[in-house]
Design a protein around this ligand. Structure first.
Ligand code: NAD
Length: 443
């Protein structure tokens, strides 16, 4: 049992804190957003993440998990301090490290005993050394020589299945040069270690690079199949058959070969941009990543153009009502950060459309993320309410409840029979049998 502080109680910090407590550690989660801490203390989980509420509740109940807005209290009594704050994109594409620096300096101002400081946030290669320097500077100001080590332990959880991912990871990456720190990290993850989860022990820089290289690779894979899909559309091929056959090749693998409206979310867009920036800064441009970023932007624009073309070509969106199903960047989350739905909704409105939108979890997020087009939005009550009187249906996020729509009912509610399935959830035949015109991606 290790005493742990987790700084930052967002998607990663809250899941990590709750699951580390579930592994038997004593965890105190700290956030400088007092409102968030307040609701967590009252048992309200501020994000939509399946299964998380139960993990939080049972560990709070067992006395292994607590929440505070006071970083002093959290860090002073902990052997390990995780930094899990946001690293949003700065204007030049680099990762904005101001929250990481703030957390690191706070640690330097507080620690009294040997502490392992763990970078869980996604940070560019070289940041671990800077974290050590920031902590060192603050210790110097205090005239203290308290020992500490910095470890890079990037997180690979996916929103929507975060609890399962954290408790059953493909690998745990530990970047550190300190044997003492590595041993403590093994204690922290003892429950997984005993389960023979693969441990990758490496240096700080490699651990930091692993996270970016993994995310960039996945973004490239998605973008590759998106471009193949676009070509399939022109050439009369069906991308789903192409992807299925490609995926059977063990060297390629079937995952992340699903074409769609472009990748989004809190990680891929910002991490690809940050990695590209790091490449340029080091004089080693990552041309594939740079191209992927541009192609992904084009893909989102392409979806708006696809809907316009399906409705009759340039000018056809003026005065039309489009039902938009799904706003979160993927199912089972309320996260709309860089969701393709934002660019697509804005694009549709720019071309004169009005929107009836519905998402099972992201309506609260949508109220401010779509503020720029709010005058053209109607917030529907459910999927059928969204479709009512619309000239087309655009399916943007593949929530389970959208996989099984009553297509005959949809047809009867729509003013025009147009179904844009931008996640390729449906088979053309079943949609056409219901009397709707079908538009997928790459088929
Ligand atoms: P988030 O924005 O949801 O949460 C960050 C939290 O940190 C916020 O609650 C904020 O109030 C808090 N915070 C900021 N500065 C603080 C400080 N000085 N003291 C205390 N609290 C502070 O972010 P997130 O999605 O959890 O991402 C965190 C990091 O993890 C990022 O680097 C991200 O790239 C990485 N990551 C995210 C995911 C994901 O799916 N969201 C997956 C893997 C890695």
């Amino acid at each position: 049992m290790t005493s742990i502080a987790v700084i930052g109680t967002g998607y990663v910090g809250l899941v990590s804190g709750a699951c580390l407590a579930d592994f038997g550690n004593t965890v105190i989660c700290v956030d400088n957003n007092a409102e968030k801490v307040d609701s967590l203390r009252r048992g309200i989980i501020p994000i939509f993440e399946p299964g998380l509420d139960a993990v939080v509740a049972r560990n709070v109940q067992a006395g292994r998990l607590a929440f505070t807005a006071g970083i002093d209290e959290a860090v002073k009594n902990s052997a390990v301090a995780f930094i899990a704050v946001g690293t949003p994109p700065a204007d030049d594409g680099s990762a904005d490290l101001r929250y990481v620096e703030e957390a690191a300096r706070s640690i330097g101002r507080i620690i009294e005993n040997y502490t392992v400081v763990v970078d869980k946030s996604t940070v560019p290669v070289g940041t671990g050394r800077r974290v050590a320097a920031w902590i060192g500077e603050e210790l110097d100001k205090r005239g203290r020589g308290t020992a500490f080590d910095v470890v890079s332990n990037p997180e690979f959880l996916r929103e929507g299945s975060a609890v399962q991912d954290f408790t059953h990871p493909d690998r745990v990456v530990i970047g550190s040069e300190s044997e003492r720190a590595r041993q403590l990290m093994k204690d922290v993850y003892r429950a997984l270690y005993l389960n023979e989860t693969p441990y990758i022990e490496t240096n700080l820089e490699s651990a930091e690079m692993i996270k970016y290289a993994s995310n960039a690779f996945l973004a490239v894979k998605i973008t590759f199949i998106n471009e193949v899909a676009n070509l399939c559309e022109k050439a009369g091929a069906n991308v789903q058959d192409v992807a299925k056959a490609m995926g059977r090749d063990g060297r390629i693998g079937a995952k992340f070969l699903h074409p769609g409206p472009g990748y989004g979310g809190s990680c891929f867009p910002k991490d690809t941009r940050a990695m590209a920036k790091t490449g340029r800064d080091h004089g080693e441009p990552l041309s594939i990543v740079e191209t992927t970023i541009r192609a992904n932007e084009r893909q989102k624009q392409r979806m708006t153009a696809k809907i316009e073309a399906g409705l009759g070509g340039p000018g056809s969106l003026a005065g039309k009502i489009i039902a938009v199903l799904g706003l979160a960047f993927k199912p089972n989350t309320d996260d709309m950060r860089e969701s393709p739905a934002i660019a697509i909704c804005e694009g549709l409105v720019r071309r004169g459309a009005k929107l009836r939108v519905w998402d099972p979890a992201a309506m609260k997020e949508a109220a401010w993320r779509l503020a720029s087009v709010k005058d053209s939005l109607f917030f529907a009550q459910d999927e059928y309410d969204a479709v009512k009187g619309a000239h087309a249906l655009a399916l943007l996020t593949e929530w389970n409840q959208f996989r099984n729509l009553n297509l005959v009912r949809v047809k009867s509610l729509l003013a025009l029979p147009c179904f844009f399935d931008l996640r390729n959830v449906y088979k053309r035949e079943e949609v056409e049998t219901a009397g709707l015109d079908y538009f997928g991606v790459g088929k």
